[in-house]
Each structure stands twice: as structure tokens, then as C-alpha cells.
Design a protein around this ligand. Structure first.
Ligand code: HEC
Length: 125
């Protein structure tokens, strides 16, 4: 009986988490669908998840290796991000909005909200 109840609860959680995804209107990071391997139970993990979703939409189609960076430490050791410093982070300085050329046309520049997600993530590492 207990096992059935547990299985049902887990199944419901699984189903209820399926329909959710990036919701740019709510600004609620808790709305993000989880990404396997990203631990979004910590504040850093939540900010990483938000930034990861931005990269998923506008960067990973070309930068496929980055798909595998599921912790902030991995982004730092890969040299893409400097903890606490947007100015020292390639993924930030190269953005069109910040004087670089990424993402290339015709992919849309990051929106103000997407920039904020990336900025808050880097500054919070
Ligand atoms: C359509 C393909 C494409 C997309 C989408 C794209 N890039 Fe790039 N990116 C490239 C190519 C090709 C290079 C290497 C040549 C160059 O530097 O222009 C590059 C180079 C880079 C570099 C420097 C080299 C490196 O790997 O560190 C960074 C940083 C970067 N891109 C960040 C981004 C970010 C952040 C996004 C998303 C906002 C993005 N790119 C989206 C194609 C893409």
C-alpha cells in the first residue's frame, strides 16, 4: 500500500513537471523545467539553470560541448566563465549586446531578461 502511494506520488511529480518550461514572463526561476544533471536545489544551481536555458535556446546548437557543463565549476574550469566577474567571462563579453558577435545572425540577441539571468549567475558564482 505504501509502495503504491509512493509510486503514485512520484509519477504525479514526474507528470506535473513535464508541462513546465522556460516562462519568460513570470521571472520565477522555480518555473524552469529541470535539466538532467543540474542540481537546482541550491541558489547557485537555480541561477545556473536559468543561464543554461538561455544558452540552450541560443548557443548550444553550435557550442555543443557546453551542453555537458552542468555545474558552475565546470564552466569555470572550461575557461568560459570567471567566478564573480562578467568582464572576465567569455560567454558574457562576446555577446552582441556587450560588444561581441555572439550569437551570430540570424539568431536573436539575448533579451534584457536573458542577459540578467546570465549576469546574475556569473556574479553569484
Ligand atoms: C550559429 C552558430 C553559433 C551560435 C548559435 C553561437 N555561436 Fe559562439 N561561436 C561560433 C563559432 C563558429 C565560433 C568560433 C569563431 C568565432 O569566434 O567567431 C564561436 C565562438 C564563440 C566563443 C569564443 C570561443 C569559445 O568557444 O570560447 C564564445 C565565448 C562564444 N562563441 C559564445 C557564444 C554564446 C554565449 C552563444 C549564445 C548566446 C553563442 N556563442 C552562439 C558559432 C556560434
Amino acid at each position: 500500500m505504501m509502495k503504491k502511494a509512493l509510486a503514485f506520488t512520484l509519477l504525479s511529480l514526474l507528470i506535473s513537471s513535464c508541462g513546465q518550461d522556460y516562462n519568460s514572463n513570470s521571472g520565477d526561476l522555480g518555473q524552469y523545467a529541470p535539466v538532467e544533471g543540474i542540481d537546482s536545489s541550491t541558489p547557485d544551481g537555480m541561477r545556473l539553470l536559468a543561464a543554461y536555458k538561455v544558452f540552450q535556446g541560443k548557443c548550444f546548437q553550435c557550442h555543443q560541448a557546453w551542453l555537458g557543463y552542468k555545474t558552475s565549476a565546470q564552466w569555470v574550469s572550461a575557461g568560459k566563465v570567471t567566478a564573480g566577474s562578467t568582464g572576465g567571462s567569455d560567454v558574457w563579453t562576446i555577446l552582441k549586446n556587450n560588444g561581441g558577435n555572439m550569437p551570430p545572425d540570424p539568431i536573436a540577441q539575448l533579451t534584457a531578461e536573458e542577459l540578467t539571468f546570465v549576469e546574475e549567475w556569473i556574479n553569484g558564482i
